[in-house]
Design a protein around this ligand. Structure first.
Ligand SMILES: [Zn+2]
Length: 413
């Protein structure tokens, strides 16, 4: 069949293209409102300009030359002055896991800007040992924390549904993590929330980078459980068919809009005010809290320090490799090329070597967690392969296009 006639799932662009500067492809979806995510939803994807350069690389260029960072830092001082507590109360909330980004964010706000942050954590599905250790170091570096762990029975169920229906086992975590800070803001009357970097830095609509705050549609709603969709299943169907009560769904509901208005909740990105560089956050975390890397590189990539606290993390990136042809090495290399840590050629070689690697380490444990067989697992994975990205040839699945294929073609010339 001619390639142009092949079906593209998830509303992805049918023609696969790679950024001329980094290694990301035009298949990368933008952030989505997860509690409305369905299989039918068409995804918005990263924009490429007429020179074949992605929006994330363009923004990286702007970060270098087009932003007055001194001025932005002064804006951050002004913001903190406006909210800083004089009576000892918490004056901002920092959600996170004690990974390098939230460690940087909370520590800088407390120690450089004199804030009194309350850190809040939505627990990973299954902590890794290194994730738990880093979480403890974060707290012991001088920060108060509330760890929220959702009901395991329901969390496993919605994680399984998210895997089976959307090939997106990380969805319940993303929903929880996005909700948790606004919900504690509502509960405790603390209006200011700080996230680390804006996800738009990695390729949502570039304009979003010029706003310091997160759009409320990502974290607020009217409290009606029937309007959320979890694992591709609407809330009322979960209650009717899956032995779940409306109470069980509370942790997954976005914060109540009316209450957030009353508190005056605002979600700011620290990355709007301070120039964000993941590797620098890592160095900072190592120096100030004793953050440690994994002993071994993460499966599916070459890195040792990003997203290492949940045993499901590597599977999450494996599913993005299946759905979009974009694995963890691609995400890591694209970001490091933009931050000038590696060259594009190095990035291409790393993608070729690691992107396709299956995460074996926790596989049996994850099957147990999801309550599915290995056979069912692969049935869901293979169903998620879009025909425009994948072909089955000589007994194995192969990508039709990959960034390193372009490179190999170049080397042959
Ligand atoms: Zn790019």
């Amino acid at each position: 069949m001619a390639e142009e006639l092949l079906q593209a799932y998830y509303g992805l662009p049918r023609e696969v293209r790679f950024c001329k500067r980094c290694v990301i492809s035009n298949q990368r979806p933008s952030s989505t409102v997860e509690f409305k995510n369905t299989t039918e939803q068409n995804k918005e994807t990263i924009a490429f300009d007429e020179e074949g350069v992605c929006a994330a690389c363009r923004y990286a260029e702007i970060k270098e030359t087009g932003i007055d960072w001194k001025q932005r830092e002064a804006e951050l001082h002004a913001l903190c002055n406006q909210y800083r507590s004089k009576a000892g109360n918490y004056d901002c909330i920092v959600p996170g896991s004690g990974g390098k980004d939230s460690t940087f964010t909370a520590h800088v706000l407390k120690n450089r800007f004199g804030m009194h942050p309350l850190t809040v954590t939505w627990a990973p599905h299954i902590y890794t040992d290194v994730g738990w250790r880093n979480f403890q170091k974060w707290i012991h570096a001088g920060l108060d924390n509330i760890l929220f762990t959702p009901n395991g029975r329901v969390h496993r169920l919605v994680t399984r549904l998210a895997f089976e229906n959307l090939l997106h086992p990380f969805q319940p975590f993303i929903i929880g993590q996005r909700n948790i800070a606004p919900k504690f803001s509502a509960l405790n009357g603390i209006p200011l929330i700080f996230y680390g970097e804006n996800q738009a830095e990695y390729g949502n609509n570039i304009e979003e980078n010029f706003r310091p705050t997160m759009a409320p549609k990502f974290f607020e709603a009217d409290g009606d459980y029937r309007k959320v969709i979890l694992g591709g299943v609407p809330g009322d169907v979960l209650v009717k068919d899956y032995d779940v009560t409306p109470n069980d769904l509370q942790p997954y509901l976005p914060a109540d809009r009316a209450r957030l208005r009353e508190v005056g909740t605002v979600v700011h990105y620290l990355g709007y005010y301070l120039k964000w560089d993941p590797q620098e956050c890592f160095y900072y975390a190592v120096e100030h809290t004793g953050f440690s890397t994994n002993e071994e590189r993460t499966e599916g990539s070459y890195s040792k320090y990003s997203s290492i606290d949940d045993r499901i993390d590597p599977l999450h990136y494996y599913t993005t490799f299946i759905k979009f042809g974009i694995g963890r090495a691609t995400y890591d290399a694209a970001q490091e090329i933009r931050n000038r840590k590696i060259t594009r050629d190095e990035g291409v070689a790393l993608v070729k070597r690691y992107d396709h690697e299956f995460p074996h380490k926790y596989h049996t444990e994850i099957l147990e967690y999801l309550g599915i067989s290995d056979e069912r697992f692969w049935e869901c994975v293979n169903r998620g392969r879009s025909p425009h990205l994948w072909k089955f040839e000589n007994g194995e699945w192969k990508l039709r296009r990959a960034v390193w294929m372009d490179q190999s073609a170049k080397e042959c010339l």
